[in-house]
Design a protein around this ligand. Structure first.
Ligand SMILES: Nc1ncnc2c1ncn2[C@@H]1O[C@H](COP(=O)(O)OP(=O)(O)O)[C@@H](O)[C@H]1O
Ligand SMILES: [Mg+2]
Length: 269
């Protein structure tokens, strides 16, 4: 059975697709077979990222380890059972197809609340939630008292994850390992960083997630997409050497993969 990794957060621009591509490629580079699905049916950033990679490899005669991207299959409406949701069927068909020969399935979610995303969360063995270091983004996890910074209660996204956990428990599936990843950290704003760190570790205990550090804010992430490349590919295309920012970014990726504690994964890249 493939291990399902879902990357989700109802907020756009938190780094879901960037994280999905880097993680899927890192696992492929470590020799695992990785299938990818993109549930952001409108933007398809992850799908397009993988497509760009294939085109780049073709143009340059390269063969880089890559995740295999799969579109959700089209389903004949007439084949649905009464009351069955078409997207539920599309997702379960896609997962059934991919899991036959994949070690990991990476599912990138849209930055909004959709039925597809909700169902995907209940399939997650590992759930990764990239989060910008901002209380605007934190607000999707929990409501905070503006005066005291005390946590008042869970918020929409946490409640969705809680529901997904309930569904899994009812189905006898193992619990979701939920990891909130602090992404796009800036070099400054120490005060905000500390406040955010405190709030997250406080909330982690209450609603059951782990916190892991993600990527710092770096221009390189925006430049890689058109060629479908990740930080790990740079040395294969002759951009090696000692660019300290890229070396540090690769270390962040290594640390992230290690923090996820995926089954059987020894970090070696
Ligand atoms: N660590 C980072 N540093 C700089 N830019 C980033 C970083 N992570 C993501 N980005 C950029 O931010 C934008 C949104 O990222 P994306 O991964 O598409 O987020 P999401 O999928 O959550 O909407 C993209 O332009 C991406 O290149
Ligand atoms: Mg995205």
């Amino acid at each position: 059975m493939a291990h399902i990794i879902v990357v989700g957060n109802e907020k756009g621009g938190s780094g879901k697709s960037t994280t999905s591509m880097h993680l899927a490629t890192a696992l492929a580079r470590m020799g695992w077979t990785v299938g990818g699905l993109d549930l952001d049916l409108r933007q398809k950033s992850f799908g397009r990222y993988v497509e760009n990679r294939r085109a780049y490899m073709e143009r340059n005669g390269l063969d880089l380890p890559s995740p295999a991207y799969h579109d959700l299959p089209e389903v004949d409406q007439a084949s649905l059972a009464p009351g069955e949701n078409v997207n539920d069927r599309r997702l379960s068909m896609a997962v059934a197809r991919v899991e036959k020969d994949a070690d990991f399935i990476l599912i990138d979610c849209p930055g909004s609340h959709t039925r597809l995303s909700q169902v995907a969360h209940s399939l997650a063995d590992t759930l990764i939630t990239p989060l910008n270091d901002s209380f605007v983004d934190f607000d999707l996890l929990a409501r905070v008292d503006g005066e005291t910074n005390r946590i008042l209660g869970p918020s929409v996204y946490s409640e969705m994850v809680w529901n997904a956990r309930q569904l899994r428990a009812q189905a006898g599936l193992p619990p979701i390992d939920w990891i909130v990843v602090r992404n796009r950290l800036g070099a400054q704003q120490m005060h905000n960083k500390k406040k955010m760190g405190d709030a997250l570790s406080n909330l982690a205990k209450r609603i059951g997630f782990r916190v892991a550090p993600g990527f710092s804010e770096r221009v390189i992430f925006r430049e890689l997409f058109p060629r479908g490349l990740t930080l790990l590919d740079l040395k294969d295309i002759g951009v090696g050497g000692l660019n300290l920012s890229n070396v540090a970014a690769r270390q962040e990726l290594r640390d992230l993969v290690r923090a996820l504690k995926l089954p059987g994964v020894e970090v070696a890249f």
